[in-house]
Design a protein around this ligand. Structure first.
Ligand SMILES: [Ca+2]
Ligand SMILES: [Ca+2]
Length: 91
């Protein structure tokens, strides 16, 4: 897997649309689609709490902008976790 930022952004878009096309509107995630995405691609049930806060404009679906906000929050949390892990394995 490439570690480039461009590739990471492309992956984000691909993952979003891979799940957004399964139910209802093709360009937004329903709760069900988002749940599948989180379970299959982020592998963490701990994220389900964040989901409820995610639907910013309360229209019942998550659009790409709302999704990116979530991924950013998760990435920041993952970075903290990774740094701890990295330090404990490289010192
Ligand atoms: Ca959809
Ligand atoms: Ca929304």
């Amino acid at each position: 897997m490439s570690a480039s930022l461009t590739q990471a952004m492309a992956d984000l878009i691909v993952v979003f649309y891979k799940y957004s096309g399964n139910e209802g509107d093709k360009y937004t995630l329903t709760k069900w689609e988002l749940k599948n995405l989180l379970q299959n691609d982020l592998c963490s049930s701990g994220m389900l709490g964040i989901m409820r806060e995610l639907d910013d404009n309360k229209d019942g679906v998550v659009d790409f902008k709302e999704f990116v906000v979530l991924v950013t929050a998760v990435t920041i949390a993952a970075n903290d976790f990774f740094l701890d892990w990295y330090k404990s394995n490289n010192e």
